[in-house]
Structures are given as C-alpha cells and as structure tokens.
Design a protein around this ligand. Structure first.
Ligand code: UDP
Length: 240
C-alpha cells in the first residue's frame, strides 16, 4: 500500500472512499485492519517516543487528520489532497456498516456519553446493528474481550484518547479474531452523543478548526505549537 512519510511517520494518501474500498476487500479476505489518525502533534511525539512511532507505522491506515499533514504534503508535492478526519472516517464506517450489515461495537468515553452516542447512531442509521457498548473506564480487560467476542462485532471504535486507545488495540487485536476493523477515535463519541459540538462549518471547510478550538480553549496553545514546529522541520529537514 502506498504511503507518504513525514519525519519518519507514515501517512496514507487515501480518501474516505479509498479507505472504505480497501477495508471491504480486506474484510472479504478476513484480514484485520487498524486505523489511526495522524496529526502534527502525534508526529512530534513520535520523534521522542519510539513506541508511538511504531504504533503509527504499524497501523494499516494512517489518516491525515488535521490541516498540518495536508500542508506538509503540499510542501513536499505529495498526493494528499484533503483531510481525512477521525470523526468523519467513523461516520463513513458507520454508513458502510449499516449498508453492508457489519455489527459495530463502541468502547470508550463516559457511560452516559457512549450510550447516548449509540442511541443517536441507531436513530441515524436504522439498519445498523450495534453489537454492544462499554464505557472507557471498564477495569476488567479479559471480561471486556469476552464480551466483545460474544457480541459478534466486526468493527470496533475505541475512544480512550491517544495513545491509550492504540495501545489497547495493539494489545488485544489477536484476542479479537472476528473483529476485522479497529479505529481509535479519541473524543468522537463526545461528538456523536452531542456532548461536544464540532467547530462551525466555516472553520471546518477552511482548515481552521484549530483556530476555533484555540479560541474556545486557549490552554490548547501549548499543544498547537506543534503545528508550526512540525512545518518548520518539514521545510528545513532534508531527510524526511
Ligand atoms: N477516556 C476514556 N477512558 C480513559 C480516558 C479517557 O474513555 O481512561 C475517554 C474520554 O472520556 C474521552 C476520550 O477518551 O471521551 C478522550 O478524548 P480526547 O479528545 O482527549 O482524545 P484525543 O482525540 O485528543 O486523543
């Protein structure tokens, strides 16, 4: 599969449709797939933390979540033409699951959040089968694995924040042989439940969602400094 590499971190240049189509083929071949969102913050963390780097590079699909990766691809004449956000990827996978009858499992977030997300998803896709939900504060991992296996889920969304969710996926995917798609979705259940509002369309469509987030939560400035740092490294580092 084609990848682009920024500061040693892989990114898939596929669109939502491209990823869904690859996933369909892989599911037919009974192959497991993992989806991880990549943004400048994670690329910068990967520079210092080899485990994070191997978690990203070891995934099947690294989606270009965030305008920073898109800009880097433009600077390096790569093939990434638009963002593939975690929350929109999840929305596409939910539609795919409803259309092609693959049961889904929602694991993560607070109990009322994951339950409300499941209700809203069921309402939006009456044909979908939600095989089960578990909040992200469950302690007994073995019991949870058993429950997911018994549920018949084929696709699981894991919302524990990063890198906790990716570590959970890597640790458990061998024990979840019948689950074929694993996506780490961060705060997406908070969005599907209506607990957290997404940035208005004007910000989303212009790639300035970060600006909206910064205005609503100025503490994010520290995390967001990764974007200019990342772009400077891309510009001035010859070996990326
Ligand atoms: N969360 C969880 N269990 C934990 C820690 C966090 O379920 O032990 C959930 C939390 O309730 C929230 C999500 O994980 O729904 C984290 O979202 P955040 O936006 O921090 O993730 P990011 O996308 O920034 O990685």
């Amino acid at each position: 599969m084609m990848k682009e590499t920024y500061l040693g971190v892989h990114v898939s240049p596929l669109t939502y449709e491209g990823i869904i189509s690859e996933i369909r083929t892989r599911m037919e071949g009974n192959l497991q797939s993992t989806i991880i969102a990549v943004n400048p913050e994670k690329v910068m963390t990967a520079q210092k933390n080899p485990e994070v780097k191997s978690l990203i590079n070891g995934s099947t699909f690294q989606i270009a979540d965030g305008v920073g990766i898109l800009l880097a691809s433009k600077l390096k004449k790569g093939a990434i033409t638009s963002r593939v956000t975690g929350v929109d990827m999840m929305a596409r996978l939910l539609k795919f699951a409803a259309d092609e009858q693959h049961p889904v499992y929602l694991y993560g977030a607070k109990q009322e959040v994951v339950q409300q997300a499941a209700k809203n998803i069921q309402q939006q896709h009456p044909a979908i089968r939600i095989a089960g939900t578990t909040d992200g504060y469950e302690q007994d991992e073995e019991a949870l694995i058993q429950r997911i296996n018994d549920s018949g889920a084929k696709i699981i969304f894991v919302a524990l924040g990063s890198p906790k969710q990716e570590l959970w996926i890597r640790r458990n995917m061998d024990k979840l042989k019948n689950v074929l798609v694993f996506q780490g979705v961060g705060g997406s259940f908070d969005v599907f439940s209506g607990t957290v509002k997404r940035a208005p369309a004007a910000f989303r469509n212009t790639g300035t969602e970060w600006l909206y987030r910064l205005a609503s939560d100025p503490k994010r400035i520290k995390r967001q400094m990764n974007l200019p740092k990342f772009l400077l490294r891309i510009l001035f580092n010859r070996s990326n």
